[in-house]
Design a protein around this ligand. Structure first.
Ligand SMILES: *Cc1c(COP(=O)(O)O)cnc(C)c1O
Length: 421
């Protein structure tokens, strides 16, 4: 594989951007190579600056459920651009997208559009605190909820990849109210509620964890969270930035049949543009400014171009409800190939992660038993055989509707060969 052009671009990039990247998960440092620079992408394929071609299973970390440059989305964006890139004022598209979100998520009665998952989560937590008048929040080890201060404690994704338990630059006074529980461990949650019965504003959880690698919720875990938050008057927040429109058209909450009080969405809902959302029960959302006292704003929030991409994506999902069954079938094939290769796999729908450990992977602690050097070798082998997977153990592999059966079969063959290394 020739990478001379990417290598040259990387030399320029490291001089002008920290690590040469605008988000740490892109850096490839943990797999001991310099990142590839992408020239363009189409369908299930990525093309780098040296002309290498890959079947892409990162899919921009989730948004591209229809693959790259899906024509109906591109066309909607092109049309929107011609009408103006931003208004800083109300437009009908915002309502159409909000109504679509509400129609897919029965637990969402009102919604607000923002620009990133980080912002959605930060705002949802603020709403929960404003609504309850309480300060403490519970999050789970290994779950990632964006990079806002209060949530950068025991996070997943790039933090785990770079072995950062807590970020520098965050005063203790900001994280003193962040309580940490263990994923799939009900007692770790009830212990915290017993210790602080009147001061927990919310429990925030990835209903299927995907930022420590994929770790599905065990039977009873989500219903337990639903019950205990109700009992103590705390708000249950499902961070569905990855799982929303991924596990089903109604996200993880429809998939598992458990409702949240507040939900955060991102990635797919923006169709590849910077758009995210948070919403939920009307009485909680009524706390948001200008109706209520919880302030939250955004110059580019509800941006007409991003909104057009979001509407086109949700419309495509509505027109092709069968994609979820197809994604399931294709992803199951990949899972089978990984098992044949002798690897351990966690999979939920079109989210999957290969682990290199004998232990069942059910939480942060068992995730960490996976052999990261083996993962790095696996990643390299896939890359050199034209398969672009996440460069980190602590991420998911994403399957899109653009991955053809032939491409899935070709990928399975490479995975099975990787097992013979
Ligand atoms: C990606 C992600 C975020 C952060 O979203 P950004 O758009 O990267 O800010 C938050 N929560 C979860 C579960 C995510 O996967």
């Amino acid at each position: 594989m020739h990478t001379a052009t990417s290598d040259r671009l990387y030399q320029r990039a490291v001089n002008c951007m920290p690590g040469g990247v605008n988000s740490p998960v892109r850096a490839f440092r943990n797999v001991g190579r310099t990142p590839l620079f992408i020239d363009h992408a189409n369908g299930s394929h990525l093309y780098d600056a040296d002309g290498n071609e890959f079947i892409d299973y990162v899919c921009s970390w989730g948004p591209d459920i229809f693959g790259h440059a899906y024509p109906p989305i591109v066309e909607a964006v092109r049309k929107a651009c011609e009408k103006g890139l931003t208004f800083g004022a109300c437009h009908e598209g915002e309502i159409i997208l909000a109504e679509k979100i509400i129609s897919h998520f029965p637990s969402i009665e009102m919604v607000r559009l923002v620009n990133s998952g980080t912002e959605a989560v930060m705002s949802a937590v603020r709403a929960a605190r404003g609504f309850t008048g309480r300060n403490k929040i519970i999050k789970f080890e290994g779950c990632y909820h964006g990079h806002s201060d209060a949530l950068l404690v025991k996070g997943g994704s790039g933090l785990l990849t770079n072995a950062i338990p807590d970020s520098a630059g965050i005063p203790e006074s900001v994280t003193q109210h962040t309580l940490i529980a263990r994923y799939n461990d009900n007692k770790s949650v009830s212990d915290l509620f017993e210790a602080y019965p009147d001061s927990i504003a919310c429990v925030i959880v990835e209903p299927c964890a995907a930022n420590m690698g994929v770790v599905p919720p065990q039977e009873g875990f989500l219903p337990f969270l639903r019950e205990i938050t109700k009992k103590y008057g705390a708000v249950l927040i499902f961070d569905e930035v990855i799982t929303g429109f991924r596990l089903s058209d109604g996200g993880a909450q429809k998939y598992y049949g458990v409702d949240a009080d507040l939900t955060t969405l991102g990635k797919i809902v923006g169709g590849g543009m910077p758009l995210a959302a948070y919403g939920g029960r009307r009485e909680i959302m009524a706390c948001i400014s200008p109706v209520g006292a919880v302030y939250q704003a955004g110059t580019l929030s509800g941006n007409p171009v991003a909104v057009a991409a979001g509407i086109a994506t949700l419309t495509a999902i509505e027109q092709q409800p069968e994609i979820y069954a197809e994604l399931e079938k294709r992803s199951a094939k990949l899972e089978t190939a990984m098992r044949k290769a002798g690897f351990q796999v966690n999979r939920e729908g079109s989210l999957l992660t290969t682990f290199f450990t004998d232990k069942a992977v059910t939480n942060y602690e068992t995730v960490c038993t996976s052999d990261r050097e083996q993962y790095a070798a696996y990643f390299q082998f896939l890359l050199e055989h034209g398969i672009y997977a996440a460069p980190s153990q602590f991420e998911a592999m994403f399957v899109s509707a653009a991955h053809s059966d032939a491409e899935i079969d070709a990928t399975c063959e490479v995975i099975e060969r990787a097992g013979k290394l």
